[in-house]
Design a protein around this ligand. Structure first.
Ligand code: ZN
Length: 231
């Protein structure tokens, strides 16, 4: 019998440090073309889950937006059944930097959307199960969490105003959403690492920054520990 190994069941889900993009599979077709599958992770497995409506609406919006911002052909963008992220399959060699940049631009666009596309009965298999508000919450959570983790790794302080500017949070609605997202991130980080990332926004003391740096310096190594897919 053929022995099948599924990469996503082989990785240690306790060690994942989202939000991130990771190349999970690299395939060469019989014609020599490269296909790369990315694990686009939004949340900590077994701790936080994208809401059902949120992930469905994100899927619809990203289907357009990610293709708009990425220069290589995207085969599909599929939600994970565990609701912690998406699989993104692309024609082309691994390009982590490029895909992460495209993801960030697409998620900033999600925040500007006025309507979820493809939500008529003829266009979708569960057309009532949508929420633009929830899609925006999870899009902003990816952006802010990623920014805060990187700042922590580098031992950098951040200003609220700079974050508003970076992600175009120019309405009262989006600023309120930011506060909501920030307390969500604090809640999950408290549980996962007993550390609140919002201290990076509050003139942290030297010690706090050092602690943050120490806590997150293994961030990248942790991801690299994930076993590589066998041929
Ligand atoms: Zn749908």
């Amino acid at each position: 019998m053929k022995k099948i190994k599924v990469e996503s069941f082989e990785i240690d889900h306790d060690k994942l440090m989202p939000p991130y993009v990771r190349a999970s599979k690299k395939i060469k077709t019989s014609k020599g073309e490269d296909i790369t599958c990315y694990d686009l992770r939004f949340t900590y497995p077994n701790l936080e889950f994208i809401s059902q409506k949120g992930i469905h609406s994100l899927e619809h919006i990203l289907a357009y937006k990610l293709r708009e911002h990425y220069d290589k052909p995207i085969i599909d963008i599929s939600p994970m059944g565990c609701r912690t992220g998406f699989y993104v399959s692309v024609i082309g060699k691994e390009d982590l930097k490029g895909i992460l940049e495209a993801v960030k631009k697409a998620l900033i666009d999600v925040l500007k959307e006025k309507k979820v596309p493809g939500t008529r009965k003829k266009e979708c298999g569960n057309y009532k199960e949508h929420s633009l508000k929830e899609a925006k919450f999870w899009a902003l959570k990816f952006l802010v969490h990623n920014l805060l983790l990187n700042a922590a790794k580098e031992g950098k302080k951040l200003k609220r105003e700079d974050i508003y500017k970076k992600f175009n949070l120019n309405s009262t609605y989006l600023k309120k959403l930011f506060s909501k997202v920030l307390s969500h991130i604090d809640k999950v980080e408290k549980e996962k690492h007993n550390f609140k990332l919002s201290v990076l926004l509050k003139n942290p003391k030297e010690l706090t920054l050092k602690e943050a740096k120490k806590k997150y310096k293994n961030y990248k190594d942790t991801l690299e520990e994930a076993p590589k897919l066998e041929k």
